[in-house]
Design a protein around this ligand. Structure first.
Ligand code: HOZ
Length: 430
C-alpha cells in the first residue's frame, strides 16, 4: 500500500471523509488524494515521492508559486516578533493601502480570516445598511459556506451534488433568491416587481466555482443599473478573481464599480486572509462606529498580513503578471488544439492566471445548465490520466485552474504533452 493510501485511511478515523474540506476527498473523480509534503515553485511533491505540476495552487492563493523566497522571508521576519497580538499593527494598514491602490472601489475595508467570513459579513452589512433582508445570488456561484449563501451553490456543494445544504433553515434560505447566471432579463423581471425588497446582489464577476464561466458585459451592467435604481447593493465576490484575473480584479477588467467587494486567497499569499470593503458610507455602518457587528480574534493577523503584503508587492512591482497571463493562454490554447486534433468536443477559457475547461459541445459555456450538460465521465478519465502523468488539476469539473508566476514554458509544454496523450486515451475509451 502506498503512503498516501495509508494516510488517507488513518485520516478517515479523525475527519469525516478523511478531509478538512470536502473537495479534497476526490469524491467526484474517485481514488485516493495524494498527500502533499512540500512544494517549490510550480511543483508539489507527495508522500510517495511523486512530483506534480500544480494547477490548484491551494485553490488560488499561490500565485507566485510555492515557497517563494520573498514571501517566506517576510513570514519568518514577522514570526520573530510573535505570531499574534489581537491588537492593531502597522502591517494591516500597509496591506490595506496596497490593496486599495489596485482596487480603488474599496474605499474602506476590514480584514477577516477567510473568503467565507468576507462574504458572510458583506451580506450582513448590506442588510444592515439597506434595512432589507432578501439577497440575490446566481445558480452555480459559490460564496463560501455561510447559511444564506448555500443555496444553489457551486464548488464542493455542487461536486457532492448538494447545492442546497441540509442544516440551512428554510426560513433563511427563502431570503436568498437564485437566478440563472448571464440572464439579464430574469433579473430585470425580478427587480421590476420586487427591487425595493432586495438588500444586495452578490455575484462572482467571473464565475469560478461551476468551472470557469465568463459573464457577458450586458449581464454585469444590468446588475449595476438595477442596483443603482433600487438602492440594493452590488457585491462582487472577488475571492477567486481578485489579483488573479487582473491586478484590479474583474471589476477593473469590466470597468464596473461594485458597492462592496470581497477578497481572499491571493491577498494572503497562502495564509488565511479575507477582506471585504467598498463604499465608505456603507463601511461606516460596521462596528465599532456603526450598528452592524463583525469581529475576529485573528483578523489582521501579523504573519498573514506579512505574507499577503510580500505576495502583492512582488505581484504589483514586477512584470510577473504578464508572464503568468501569457502562460495561462498558452496552456488553454494548447489544450483546445489537442482536443480538436482528437475530435473531442471541448471548450476552454483563460483570464489572467485563472483558467477552465469543459468537455462540451458548446463553444462557450455560459451558465449552470450548460455546465451540467458537459461530459463528466470524460472529465474523470482526463483528470486521472493527467494525475498519473504528474499533472495536478482540481478533482472536480466544478472548479477552476490556476497558473502561478513560477510555471515555466517547460512546465506548460510538459503539461500539453501529457494532455495530448490523455486526449488520445479518451478517444480510445469512448
Ligand atoms: N473554495 C475553493 C474554491 N472553490 C475550494 C476549496 C475548498 O472548498 O476546499
Amino acid at each position: 500500500m502506498q503512503r498516501s493510501e495509508q494516510l488517507f485511511e488513518q485520516a478517515q478515523k479523525f475527519f469525516p471523509g478523511g478531509v478538512n474540506s470536502p473537495v479534497r476527498a476526490f469524491g467526484r473523480v474517485g481514488g485516493v488524494p495524494p498527500y502533499i509534503v512540500k512544494g517549490k515553485g510550480a511543483h508539489i511533491f507527495d508522500a510517495d515521492g511523486r512530483r506534480y505540476v500544480d494547477y490548484i495552487g491551494s485553490w488560488g492563493p499561490m500565485i507566485l508559486g510555492h515557497a517563494h523566497p520573498e514571501v517566506i522571508e517576510a513570514v519568518k521576519a514577522a514570526a520573530e516578533n510573535s505570531l499574534s497580538f489581537g491588537a492593531p499593527t502597522e502591517a494591516e494598514t500597509a496591506l490595506a493601502e496596497l490593496i486599495q491602490s489596485q482596487v480603488p472601489s474599496m474605499e474602506m475595508m476590514r480584514f477577516v480570516s477567510s473568503g467565507t467570513e468576507a462574504t458572510m459579513s458583506a451580506i450582513r452589512l448590506a442588510r444592515g445598511f439597506t434595512g432589507r433582508d432578501r439577497i440575490i445570488k446566481f445558480e452555480g456561484c459559490y460564496h463560501g459556506h455561510a447559511d444564506s449563501l448555500l443555496v444553489k451553490a457551486g464548488s464542493g456543494a455542487l461536486t457532492l451534488g448538494e447545492p442546497d445544504s441540509a442544516g440551512v433553515p428554510a426560513e433563511l434560505a427563502k431570503l436568498t433568491v437564485t437566478l440563472p447566471y448571464n440572464d439579464p432579463q430574469a433579473i430585470r423581471d425580478l427587480f421590476q416587481s420586487e427591487g425595493d425588497t432586495i438588500a444586495a446582489i452578490i455575484v462572482e464577476p467571473i464565475a469560478g466555482n461551476m468551472g470557469m464561466v465568463h459573464p457577458t458585459l450586458e449581464f454585469l451592467e444590468t446588475l449595476r443599473n438595477l442596483c443603482d435604481a433600487s438602492g440594493a447593493l452590488l457585491i462582487f465576490d472577488e475571492v477567486m478573481t481578485g489579483f488573479r484575473v487582473h491586478l484590479g480584479g474583474a471589476q477593473a477588467l469590466f470597468n464596473i464599480r461594485p458597492d462592496l467587494t470581497t477578497l481572499g486567497k491571493v491577498i494572503g499569499g497562502g495564509l488565511p486572509v479575507g477582506a471585504f470593503g467598498g463604499r465608505s458610507d456603507v463601511m461606516r455602518y460596521l462596528a465599532p462606529i456603526g450598528p452592524v457587528y463583525q469581529a475576529g480574534t485573528l483578523s489582521g493577523n501579523p504573519i498573514a498580513m506579512a505574507s499577503g503584503f510580500a505576495t502583492l508587492k512582488h505581484l504589483t512591482e514586477t512584470n510577473c503578471f504578464e508572464t503568468l497571463q501569457a502562460n495561462t493562454q498558452r496552456l488553454t490554447s494548447g489544450l483546445a488544439a489537442s482536443a480538436a486534433s482528437h475530435h473531442i468536443p471541448f471548450s476552454s477559457c483563460a483570464t489572467g492566471g485563472m483558467f477552465g475547461f469543459f468537455f462540451s459541445t458548446e463553444s462557450v459555456v455560459s451558465n449552470l445548465d450548460a455546465v451540467m450538460a458537459c461530459d463528466m465521465s470524460r472529465f474523470n478519465l482526463f483528470f486521472h490520466a493527467m494525475l498519473d502523468a504528474g499533472i495536478y488539476l482540481a478533482p472536480s469539473p466544478f472548479e477552476s485552474g490556476f497558473v502561478s508566476a513560477a510555471h515555466t514554458q517547460a512546465d506548460i509544454d510538459f503539461t500539453l504533452n501529457c494532455a495530448d496523450l490523455a486526449m488520445a486515451q479518451l478517444t480510445e475509451a469512448t
